[in-house]
Design a protein around this ligand. Structure first.
Ligand code: 5RP
Length: 261
């Protein structure tokens, strides 16, 4: 492994590499978004080349689609693939029940649709993403641009009666304009600090007109693969309760480092 890769990237890489072991020939795969998912796409392309694996990928963002295509992974839409065997994606936070906050990369809508249309979802993360209680990471909520300030006010009003600690809501910006998602929506980031009841919050947010989807993934993730910079990984399966500690082997000449971003 190159010495110039920072410890967080090393941890993300080993989690990604371990998760790609779950891929089998012929699978239809959901391809997540973000820096950890990008490592996964590269590891997948390596395995496909080395083992002549045939898989198809359904990307969860334009960014991931471009990366997958550039590495020779066949890309299909979800409507073409219909149902997926496995989705591998990153997360911004996960708790002990493998409930997640996602959307730091503004791709939560496609990510949630794709993960929900999969037999299994594996989250890959460095250890810093594990929390006792969700909420330190601002919760992304995707809203339609029409009347977004009214939607924001309704969300703020709704938060008053919910078990959360902070209530500040901010529109995510891209320079001096609101960031626009792949589905042409905006993102509101909710600074909640502590989410007492993630399931209730997810349901209530989606009742508000103008809200398209929120970044809470409840009962969607099956397995988390947590990487450490020294190559250790912990694989935790929420359905079987099995926790395994392993060491991922990697060589200093790994090709995928040549095109790392
Ligand atoms: C994108 C996401 C990402 O999975 C999440 O932000 C984690 O990103 P990274 O792997 O870069 O830390 O939800 O919408």
């Amino acid at each position: 492994m190159p010495a110039d890769l920072n410890p967080i990237d090393k941890a993300k890489f080993v989690a990604a590499r371990r998760a790609v072991d779950y891929v089998e020939d012929g699978m239809k795969l959901g391809l997540g978004t973000g820096s950890t998912a990008a490592w996964m796409v590269r590891c997948l392309a390596e395995r496909m080349k080395e083992e002549r694996l045939r898989v198809i990928g359904v990307p969860t963002s334009r960014r991931t689609a471009e990366l997958a295509v550039s590495l020779g992974i066949p890309v299909h839409t979800l409507d073409e693939a219909k149902w997926l065997d496995l989705t591998i994606d990153g997360a911004d936070e996960f708790d002990g029940s493998l409930n997640l906050i996602k959307g730091g990369g503004a791709a939560l809508l496609q990510e949630k649709i794709v993960a929900t249309a999969s037999d299994q979802m594996i989250v890959i993360a460095d250890a810093a993403k594990e929390v006792h209680q969700l909420g330190a990471f601002p919760l992304p909520v995707e809203v339609v641009p029409f009347g977004w300030q009214t939607t924001k006010a309704l969300i703020e009003e709704t938060l008053v009666s919910l078990d959360v600690f902070g209530r500040d809501v901010a529109i995510r910006m891209n320079g001096d304009k609101p960031l626009v998602t792949d589905e042409a929506n905006y993102i509101l980031d909710l600074q909640l600090q502590r989410i007492g009841n993630p399931r209730q919050l997810a349901l209530v947010l989606n009742q508000i007109p103008g809200v398209v989807e929120n970044g809470l993934f409840i009962d969607i993730c099956d397995v988390v693969v947590i990487g450490q910079p020294d190559g250790r990984v912990t694989v935790r399966d929420i359905n079987t309760g099995i926790v395994e500690n392993e060491q991922v082997a990697f060589g200093p000449t790994d090709n995928i480092f040549a095109d790392g971003d």
